[in-house]
Design a binder for this molecule. Structure first.
Ligand code: 5GP
Ligand code: ZN
Length: 114
């Protein structure tokens, strides 16, 4: 997707410091952090929303969780924990139409999410 900001980050057309990279996944810090640690984990493949995930993408989804585990260890939040959020479409508050998981950590997070 030529006009997708997250594709441009994944393709390195936009210079963004990556906190993680594997064959199918990259992760980077959110530009507008909502917690002391706020990392976005994205597939390199342009998948718009959760509703666009196909059975053939199962390795990508598995690799996104693998990325989360490795990032958690690297950032020393594996013991205390973190929250993963994926917003889907308009009512979910999705602004960037390229699948991503928010990884939030670094403090005791509020459970008030609605
Ligand atoms: P959404 O609302 O789609 O779930 O979340 C999109 C997230 O992407 C937001 O938290 C926003 O701050 C972040 N974001 C949007 N554009 C950029 C960007 O160009 N660079 C980075 N690092 N984060 C971005
Ligand atoms: Zn994209």
């Amino acid at each position: 997707m030529s006009d997708c900001i997250f594709c441009k980050i994944a393709n390195k057309e936009i210079n963004t410091e990556l906190v993680y990279e594997s064959e199918k996944v990259v992760a980077f810090k959110d530009i507008n952090p909502k917690a002391p640690i706020h990392v976005l984990v994205i597939p390199k493949k342009h998948i718009e929303t959760v509703m666009d995930i196909k059975d053939e993408d199962k390795e990508i989804i598995s690799d996104m969780y693998k990325a989360i585990r490795e990032i958690a260890k690297e950032l020393n939040i594996d013991e205390k924990g973190f929250r993963i959020i994926t917003n889907c479409k308009e009512d979910g508050g999705q602004e960037v139409m390229h699948l991503h998981m928010h990884m939030l950590a670094g403090k005791k997070l509020s459970t008030n999410i609605i």
